[in-house]
Design a binder for this molecule. Structure first.
Ligand code: ADP
Ligand code: MG
Length: 436
């Protein structure tokens, strides 16, 4: 379909007059039958693309979503827009509710599903019985950035795609380097000519970029309080742990006149929802968050994002600061760094990625799950089930460790520089937008 025809649908079904940048190009490619990987900025209207495809074509749109909260949010939005044929399939549903859904898939137009759920054979066989309109992977950078050490079901999506008879793909992301985009598409094993790749500049000119190196933790804390006192409007401060997000939320509330709340994945669903709503409504000024906060959050007037700790890498950093200034107004992204801050992440990398000794020991039963930890045991079981041999698994994790360390050092270099920040970010993402 051409842009004029698409615009007519947009107006009639969604009430919008024009497309946001990239939406029309992606829809043209999809209606022409191309598999598509699209990188559009946060707030760029990625959901509208698959919603429109659901409206224009028969069959089920399957949307693979990493977080339960995102799933609920998307279902609510579609329901609100008058779409009733929407369902979410996830592990929180009781077994019989899941079975009922799987038996009545042909009643729905949109199915939200976690990658773990989609990995299940029962789910796949139910899906093989219905007509699939489109297989969407939202936040598709997670396929590579979460990698083999976290939620391996993401990496198995290409196999699932084959088992489902290779339905048309729509992979959506807001942050991916050219290398990541390549790594995302290649495992699907489709000829290059079947793909349409859309990349928009990652540059967000209205976000002022700033880094500061402080001598020690005490100074960093004081500096954070200064910033929170000075900066206007809603803000997000990112911390590396739940414990710190919680204690620093209290500390900031005492030491500034701002209303501060902590947000992390350890809170129950109701509290998370309540805090999100209060932030949306302006009843909370500052969220002291872990990286669990933000994916899919649709608040357009966040004025600043401060990182009290490093993210894992530049792609995550960019994703997190992208939550500022979606309304196009002046906003700030500030990274506070104390030399050695990276040790936290380095320890985390060591803690989560099994080394060769652990891999070999677990497979030849010298260590059990109690010794190496449940999470690692689950990972290793997963790869054994996939038919990989111990040496291959160990080598894969070694490469992964090196990659993650390198990615982290790229962010450390960014944190240590005080000039040319935008150029550095854009270069990393292979972006040739003008630097400033
Ligand atoms: P993303 O997933 O890319 O971060 P969303 O799909 O959540 O973005 O969309 C962000 C907002 O933009 C939503 O409120 C959506 O209704 C709105 N939106 C999407 N497409 C358009 C459009 N063509 N014109 C105006 N608003 C749009
Ligand atoms: Mg989205």
């Amino acid at each position: 379909m051409d842009k004029t025809a698409l615009t007519a649908v947009l107006k009639e079904k969604f009430g919008f007059d024009s497309f946001k940048p990239g939406q029309a190009e992606v829809l043209e490619a999809l209606t022409a039958g191309k598999n598509t990987l699209a990188m559009l900025p946060t707030g760029g209207g990625k959901s509208l693309i698959y919603q429109m495809m659901g409206n224009m074509r028969d069959g089920l749109v399957i949307i693979v979503t990493p977080l339960l909260s995102l799933m609920q949010d998307q279902v609510a939005r579609l329901n609100y827009a008058g779409e009733s044929k929407v369902v979410a399939l996830n592990s929180t549903l009781p077994q019989d509710a899941r079975r009922t859904i799987l038996r009545s898939l042909d009643q729905y137009k949109f199915l939200f599903v976690s990658p773990e759920m989609l990995g299940q054979t029962v789910v796949q066989s139910a899906l093989r019985k219905v007509k699939i309109n489109l297989l969407v992977v939202d936040e598709a950078h997670t396929i590579v950035s979460w990698g083999p050490d976290f939620r391996p079901d993401y990496l198995a999506l290409p196999q699932v795609h084959k088992k489902l008879g290779q339905p048309q793909l729509l992979l959506l992301t807001a942050t991916a380097t050219p290398k990541m985009m390549n790594d995302i598409t290649v495992p699907f094993g489709l000829p290059e000519s079947d793909w349409f790749i859309y990349r928009q500049s990652v540059d967000r000119p209205n976000i002022y970029l700033h880094t500061e190196t402080l001598a020690n933790e005490g100074q960093k804390r004081e500096r954070l309080a200064d910033l929170v006192r000075q900066l206007q409007g809603p803000g997000i401060v990112y911390f590396s742990s739940r414990k710190l997000a919680t204690s620093m939320a209290d500390w900031l509330a005492e030491n500034t006149d701002r209303r501060v709340a902590a947000y992390h994945a350890g809170l129950d669903t109701m509290s998370r929802y309540r805090i999100q709503q209060q932030f949306m409504l302006g009843q909370i000024d500052v969220i002291a968050a872990t990286s669990a906060f933000g994916m899919g959050i649709d608040k357009d007037n966040v004025r600043y994002v401060i990182h009290y700790h490093l993210s894992n890498d530049l792609a995550n950093y960019l994703q997190e600061i992208g939550r500022a200034g979606r309304d196009g107004e002046q906003s700030a992204a500030i990274l506070l760094y104390v030399p050695g801050d990276e040790n936290l992440q380095l320890n985390m990398i060591d803690g989560t990625i099994p080394n060769r000794e652990v891999v070999m020991g677990y497979y030849d039963k010298r260590f059990g799950a109690d010794e190496i930890g449940r999470d690692k045991a689950n990972l290793l079981d997963f790869y054994a089930k996939q038919g990989m041999n111990p040496d291959e698994v160990a080598t894969m994790f070694e490469a992964r460790r090196q990659q993650r360390q390198q990615d982290l050092y790229n962010l450390v270099n960014y944190a240590k520089s005080d000039a040319g920040l935008r150029r550095q970010l854009l270069d990393h993402f292979g972006d040739d937008a003008k630097s400033n």
